[in-house]
Design a protein around this ligand. Sequence first.
Ligand code: NAD
Ligand code: TDX
Length: 332
Amino acid sequence: MKHVLVTGGAGFIGSNFVHYLLEHTDVSVTVLDKLTYAGNRESLAGLDGNRFRLVVGDICDAVLVDSLVSEVDAVVHYAAESHNDNSLHDPKPFVETNIIGTFTLLEAVRKHSVRFHHISTDEVYGDLELDDPERFSESTPYNPSSPYSSTKAGSDLLVRAWVRSFGLAATLSNCSNNYGPYQHVEKFIPRQITNVIDGIRPKLYGVGENVRDWIHADDHSSAVWTILNRGRVGETYLIGADGEKNNKDVIETILSIMGKPAGSFDHVTDRPGHDLRYAIDSTKLRTELGWVPEYANFEAGLEATVAWYRDHESWWRPQKDATEAKYVAQGQ
Ligand code: NAD
Ligand code: TDX
């Protein structure tokens, strides 16, 4: 593999993967990114121009997609509308980018016989009870709850159909909640860290017993590279690092790392249809492909993430006030 097209490479996880490729492999990288509110060229600043280029454009643009796909050996597809709360207020861009955009890419990789890896989420499986001993596995039935997760589920099913009907050389991965540098301040962990920096109390939806299964974005990237190289075509792999925590505990940990008193957060209006718990069983990825996560300690990873946001205020500051104002207007 010499040249990889990364869609959504100016977003949180996509940019992490681009950095991973440039640091750990010899491949050249083209990023296709629309630079929506969630994309940021600063997340790709300083990369080696001999091995990297950014093309600003839409994955729904079939002519552009066809030409870029014709130049590469593989496509790793991160581009998406990614925020559940936004999908509850304005679902249309989710249908366009997540469904039509994925369809557009699939038609191009089919035409040019290019290897495809589709990035998806554990949210396609719906949610679990707090005391359910089961975790999500590759055989869990799809049962998405939100406009976001239903469009991701739809895109997964398109990929699977293109594999079966047209013999596309594709793999899929469904990962749990990521944390780390370069995550937009609309998301849970960066929102609370930057609120504390700004002297605003962190905001917990509802009671806060909802559980997310946290993984560091670096571990997600190493898993995707592993699957791209050694995964079996047509297969789905779940990615997770045994990081289950409830939201209230995460806020308390952030407060403690940042030297604030326990309990100094606000309960705000809950998210409609809020999924209760996600939990990933990543046995297949670990046993079949030998992948292991590097970040075993969530608190240490969170401490490093807090330090990154303290040190990179110029990266997140331009988005902060408008994002927070939008939440406040929604009662969140
Ligand atoms: P993000 O919102 O930070 O980034 C998305 C990127 O896609 C942005 O750079 C944006 O400009 C770009 N984009 C959006 N619409 C586009 C379009 N029509 N054409 C081209 N580019 C477009 O999202 P993220 O958190 O980095 O998530 C990336 C992928 O990983 C998504 O597919 C998401 O479903 C999946 N995922 C995310 C998580 C998580 O915890 N964040 C977990 C599992 C899976
Ligand atoms: O201010 C907040 N307070 C709060 O309690 C925000 C923004 C969120 N929450 C809760 C909602 C969720 O239970 O925190 C949890 C995490 O919320 P998000 O960061 O919005 O993530 P989530 O909805 O779990 O989805 C994320 O993980 C799976 C990503 O945004 C998705 O793209 C990915 O597929």
